[in-house]
Design a protein around this ligand. Structure first.
Ligand code: SAH
Length: 355
């Protein structure tokens, strides 16, 4: 039995499912799920992330977090956490870059939130010298100052899609026709969560809602508000969801999200506005949403690239120049990716995100 057979049987039994149910099954099904069964990252995989493009990304994120730790009086014990650590590359670079920050490593307890057993194994190998702790729920984050990064984590969380229809909404659902999965629309209904979007949408507009992000963000913001810390949330997306951003990537190519369930990475752009609202509701301050290119330039990526370039020539130099450009250029990841910083209202915002 394949995941597609399983989903077709599910639809036959229960009727059409929401996009969120479909994403959850495709990404996290215990036997067939995309993340549960494989390492999707890197040139041989399906997609590549900023820390996999260049060590500079993790180094600068590490220095921003370490500076926030110093600005907040160097708490003697704190949690250094990552949501969705992939191959562990980002945290590995963060820890390498902060080795020279006196007291930082000694005070840090490394905590990882990761759903995939396959990726946990790889993280264990990459980060073994730092003795990380894996948690199954974000609610298990220790009650301590929290310095956290999440890169391309929130885009993997399941979204529901709603199409504006007069004074209400119709949910976009996934059903079946013969042996194929197909899109359809649910019945017209009011949606309390979308009441405030009636004013700025028109008939036929599509809105995405990521309910799963809110409890996670609320815990993270709550820890930072009560114990201190900072969070850097990096993802592609924008402020205020509008339009269909549901997509599937396989071997670095966009594919039909319904064609090969469980074998392609499924994502949706992150709507940062509800994350910021949840942070505020938890008593935590947040920065302006800042383009990744601006964030990295403010942290000195150009100087870092020049230092790394000095001894290089030929193809190594070309790779470095291309990586710098890819991470920062507005037509590459520089503008598509955004950074939202969370911090306690009494403290300075994380470096790179000052308004
Ligand atoms: N941050 C890494 C990897 C990003 S890929 C990087 O920048 O390279 C997304 C990561 O989030 C993977 O590690 C995936 O297994 C994890 N993930 C996806 N959905 C998750 C969920 N619901 N709970 C916990 N981890 C999840």
């Amino acid at each position: 039995m394949s995941l597609k057979d399983h989903l077709l049987a599910h639809v036959a039994l229960n009727g059409p499912m929401s996009l969120a149910e479909y994403m959850t099954e495709c990404l996290l099904h215990p036997e067939f799920g995309y993340y549960t069964t494989r390492n999707p990252l890197g040139a041989q995989g399906d997609f590549i992330t900023a820390p996999e493009i260049s060590q500079m990304f993790g180094e600068l994120v590490g220095l921003s977090l370490a500076q926030s730790w110093m600005d907040q009086g160097k708490p003697e014990k704190f949690v250094l956490a990552e949501l969705g650590p992939g191959r562990g590359t980002l945290l590995f670079d963060i820890l390498r870059a902060t080795r020279s920050v006196p007291g930082f490593h000694a005070a840090a307890q490394i905590v990882l939130f990761e759903a995939s057993p396959a990726l946990r194994d790889i993280q264990r190998q990459t980060l073994t010298e730092y003795e990380p702790l894996w948690i199954d729920s974000v609610a298990d984050l220790p009650e301590a100052p929290l310095f956290l990064v999440a890169n391309e984590f929130f885009d993997a969380l399941p979204v529901r899609q709603f199409m504006r229809d007069g004074d209400g909404w119709r949910e976009r659902l996934i059903g079946a026709e013969g042996e194929s999965l197909t899109y359809g629309l649910g019945p017209h209904a009011a949606q309390v969560a979308l009441n405030d979007r009636i004013v700025d949408t028109e008939d036929g507009d599509l809105i995405e809602l990521c309910a799963a992000a809110i409890p996670i963000l609320t815990v993270v913001a709550g820890r930072i508000a009560s114990h201190g810390g900072a969070a850097l949330i990096v993802d592609y997306g924008d402020w205020h969801s509008l339009g269909d951003t549901f997509q599937a990537l396989q071997a670095h190519q966009r594919v039909d999200p319904l064609e090969t369930p469980g074998q392609a990475d499924l994502t949706a752009h992150v709507d940062f506005e509800p994350l910021a609202l949840a942070a505020r509701a938890a008593g935590c301050a947040h920065t302006l949403l800042t383009p990744q290119g601006v964030f990295l330039e403010r942290l000195g990526i150009t100087a870092r690239a020049q230092a790394l370039a000095a001894p290089l020539g030929g193809s190594e130099l070309e790779t470095l120049v291309a990586a710098h450009r890819r991470l920062t250029h507005p037509e590459k990841m520089g503008n598509l990716f955004k950074v939202l910083g969370l911090y306690p209202s009494y403290a300075a915002p994380p470096p790179g995100l000052e308004s």
